[in-house]
Design a protein around this ligand. Structure first.
Ligand SMILES: Cc1ncc(COP(=O)(O)O)c(C=O)c1O
Length: 479
């Protein structure tokens, strides 16, 4: 029999209700107090591990003990991504509707691999892909599926490109000695290198293309690299452009890259993992230019669109190529519904899939797209406020122009020739627990990335953070 909460009877459901209400109340108080916590966890490696016994108990413990452990052990070991002073990496933001939807998804506990395994999940996913396509102004014919991450989407793109280019031979017979080449800017995300490795292309065949002063890919350098490779007997396979690089938010010239991809017969994948969300704003409409020639595109609502991890939208121009690459149909998985339905297990790598569409639907409908756009614009305005603060201090400089809400800053080279003080500054900011930012080395020089995309970040948070930075800077520069 086991404990009451292991039964789906009246007493079991009551016990579940009590536990779930406790969990919600705990979360409400977490959001009330999150600002009082250090943004980046201050524990040392092994601290949390050591707090858990090495053996499991046979009998259940009281949930009071577990909630106490949440407060005393888990929370100190958390980095608080939903703290308004979280400016590190790219945000992984969320909103209350998204959290509520995830609770419902986990309660339904469905595995949505094919239409029949939950028609609502498959059909809502199709709608969500269409809504987001229209919201971002993406080309009308594109179709796609929700993936866990942009890394998976980019690997999926590369596998599809590989099959398309080889006439679907590689998936059947393996590689035949053709040496494929993949191109991306020197600023492209590491997930691209990983995808090249996993797709069997070989990382020696990933060609980094130089960038201009704003760190966007130089199209003439791309064309030169393709021609040089062709003359050496390589087969150019795929070019990946980025809208919003991880280091500085740089944007590649997608339209020009698309023209080159078409001219030389390359697959063109666009990695807009972070900044894709900004395409919904009319002021970024220019960045949609040339997308209609792309073969595939990924963006992550789980970064900046208030729909929490994991939620990555992958679009393709030709869904047949994708499905032909991914589909495996043993008899027990054959669908009786044929073309009338989408079996999304054939639109990506894993067979099993979560019901991710529920949180997209609920978040878009409970927030409304108007408020989402307003919040994005407020984040962009906060980034501009950060720029003005930095400009007001003549010890600091902004090495690359603000792109979206990504601001870069460093201590001027006359004060900090080797970047040591800049590195010390970011470390002391993060150690203070007051704010969390990321160090990056771009073009061999240290800088600090300050990204204003946390859902609840406001001017007050920027002002407070600026005060912390100014104080730390005074100490570092005068010491
Ligand atoms: C430009 C870019 N592409 C891809 C990724 C990988 O995203 P994911 O964690 O969804 O795989 C990131 C992560 O920050 C990114 O910044």
């Amino acid at each position: 029999m086991g404990p009451t909460i292991f039964q789906n009877d009246e007493a079991g459901r009551k016990a579940f209700e009590q536990l779930a209400c406790k969990a919600i109340a705990w979360l409400v108080s977490y959001y009330e107090s999150v600002e009082q916590r250090p943004v980046r966890s201050q524990v040392n490696p092994g601290d949390i591990y050591a707090r858990f016994d090495d053996t499991l108990l046979e009998d259940p413990v009281s949930d009071d003990i577990l909630f106490r452990m949440m407060d005393e052990v888990i929370i100190p070991g958390m980095t608080h991504w939903q703290h308004p002073n979280f400016y590190a990496f790219f945000p992984g933001n969320t909103s209350f509707p998204s959290i509520a939807a995830e609770i419902l998804t986990s309660g339904l506990a469905a595995q949505c691999m094919m239409w029949e395994s939950s028609p609502a999940a498959a059909e809502l996913e199709k709608r969500c892909m269409e809504w987001c396509r229209a919201l971002l102004g993406l080309p009308e014919g594109w179709e796609g599926a929700i993936q866990d991450t942009a890394s998976t989407a980019t690997l999926t793109a590369l596998l599809t490109a590989r099959e398309w280019k080889s006439g679907f031979r590689i998936s059947k017979r393996g590689f035949d000695g053709t040496m494929y080449r993949v191109y991306a800017s020197s600023q492209a995300h590491s997930s691209i290198e990983k995808a090249v490795r996993l797709a069997g292309i070989g990382t020696d065949n990933l060609v980094p293309i130089p960038t201009d002063e704003k760190l966007g890919l130089r199209p003439e350098a791309l064309e030169k690299a393709i021609l040089a490779d062709t003359s050496k007997g390589f087969t150019p396979l795929c070019i990946i452009s980025t809208i919003g690089t991880t280091g500085t938010g740089a944007v590649d010239p997608v339209a020009d890259i698309g023209t080159i991809a078409e001219k030389y017969g390359l697959w063109h994948h666009v990695d807009a993992a972070y900044a894709g969300t900004a395409l919904m704003l009319d002021e970024y409409a220019e960045m949609r230019k040339g997308l209609d020639s792309a073969d595939s595109f990924v963006f992550n609502p789980h970064k900046w669109m208030f729909i929490q991890f994991d939620c990555s939208l992958y679009y393709v121009k030709d869904s047949e190529l994708l499905v032909r690459t991914m589909s495996i149909q043993p008899s027990y998985l054959k669908s009786a519904y044929g073309d009338r339905v989408n079996d999304y297990r054939d639109w990506g790598i894993p067979l099993g899939r979560r019901f991710r569409a529920l949180k997209i639907w609920m978040t878009l409908h409970l927030l409304g797209t108007k408020a989402i756009k307003e919040r994005l614009r407020s984040h962009l305005a906060l980034a501009e406020l950060v720029v003005s603060k930095i400009k007001s201090d003549d010890r600091l400089e902004i090495p690359y122009p603000r792109s979206f809400n990504v601001v870069t800053v460093r201590i001027k080279s006359e004060l900090d020739p080797d970047g040591a003080m800049t590195r010390q500054l970011v470390q002391t900011i993060n150690d203070s627990g007051k704010a969390y930012m990321t160090h990056a080395a771009i073009e061999n020089r240290s800088l600090i990335r300050w990204v204003t995309g946390q859902t609840y970040c406001t001017e007050r948070h920027i002002e407070d953070t600026w005060e912390v930075i100014s104080e730390l800077l005074n100490k570092i520069v005068s010491s």
